[in-house]
Ligand binder design. Structure first.
Ligand SMILES: NC(=O)c1ccc[n+]([C@@H]2O[C@H](COP(=O)([O-])OP(=O)(O)OC[C@H]3O[C@@H](n4cnc5c(N)ncnc54)[C@H](O)[C@@H]3O)[C@@H](O)[C@H]2O)c1
Length: 283
């Protein structure tokens, strides 16, 4: 199956980045969310991201306008009905995603593929909430989507070879590198990354060093391009907590228990960059 139109459900950090990646590659996208404010924010983020490319002479103003013209928005989920591939990138909550998968399944074309960008939830479980489990797959993009190369492609137990092949081709078409991963809590990257970030939060909570010192140490000591706490602010503290909870519950292993400071910061609404405050403050 050739994918020539895409629906993206959720216009947040990941959703607008995914929409941008497809639109830049010439594929029309319809982005939906629960409110106009979320859609406006998503569109503004795409516009600002493309404008940076124009300023750096990596995209012409005409190409930017054409790319923006390929992104439609709607507050109604029904807007994804004509898409060949619907990518769910809504809030990381199992109940919310199970409900969305049932509704997307009812609205999408019979032969459409449905992907989830979940960081940690079982693709097999989401697929089972539809009447087309063979046409469901995990497409785990990384943040920020326009710059990050990797897409973990997660096969649920039911995912067909044809679905995998079509989505793999779509990833390559938008210039990404897919890596095949089995369905398992946290998949591959987050299984290693999120415990490392969690350990940095434990270190901070225990007063070992300040956020800036912890980040500087990891950048200089491990050659990481960004420190774990700055990265957590970028990912979103709520997303980090949700992934840790899935690892903790999925493996029943205490090594994945979330740091108390992370739990408390999420309770306070200090969710990172998107909230203007996390381990650092953003003006
Ligand atoms: N943030 C990251 O670094 C990252 C990386 C990879 C994957 N993910 C995954 O991507 C997904 C989205 O995460 P995010 O960081 O973009 O979150 P976000 O909070 O920035 O955005 C989520 C969006 O989903 C919308 N939404 C909620 N319910 C909805 C519904 N019923 N219909 C349509 N839209 C709805 C919200 O209004 C919000 O705009 C999650 O599953 C997350 O685990 C996140």
């Amino acid at each position: 199956m050739n994918i020539s139109s895409v629906g993206v459900v959720g216009a947040g950090t990941m959703g607008n980045g995914i929409a941008q990646a497809f639109a830049v590659a010439g594929i029309p996208v319809t982005m939906t969310d629960i409110g106009q404010a979320q859609l406006d924010r998503g569109l503004k983020t795409i516009d600002a991201s493309l404008e940076r490319l124009v300023k750096k002479d990596r995209m012409s103003a005409a190409d930017k306008a054409a790319t923006m013209g390929r992104v439609e928005t709607s507050t109604g989920l029904g807007a994804v009905a004509s898409a060949d591939l619907v990518i769910e990138a809504a809030t990381e909550r199992l109940d919310l995603k199970l409900d969305l998968f049932g509704r997307i399944d009812a609205l999408a074309k019979a032969d459409a593929l449905i992907a989830t960008n979940t960081s940690s939830i079982s693709v097999t479980r989401l697929a089972a909430a539809t009447k087309r489990p063979d046409r469901v797959i995990g497409m785990h993009f990384f943040n920020p989507v326009p710059v990050m190369q990797l897409v973990e492609l997660i096969r649920g137990l039911q995912t067909s070879d044809a679905t995998y092949a079509a989505v793999e081709a779509a990833c390559k078409k938008i210039g990404k590198t897919p890596v095949k991963v089995k369905n398992s809590p946290g998949f591959v990257v987050n299984r290693m990354l999120c415990p490392m970030i969690n350990e940095a939060i434990f270190a901070l909570g225990e007063g070992l060093a300040t956020p800036a010192e912890i980040d500087e140490a990891m950048k200089l000591g491990c050659n990481h391009p960004i420190g774990p706490l700055a990265l957590c602010d970028l990912i979103g503290l709520d997303v980090e907590l949700a992934v840790l909870n899935v690892l903790f519950e999925g493996f029943k292993d205490p090594k994945y228990r979330p740091a108390p400071l992370l739990v408390e910061m999420v309770e306070a609404g200090y969710l990172g960059r998107k909230a203007g405050r996390g381990f650092y403050s953003y003006g």
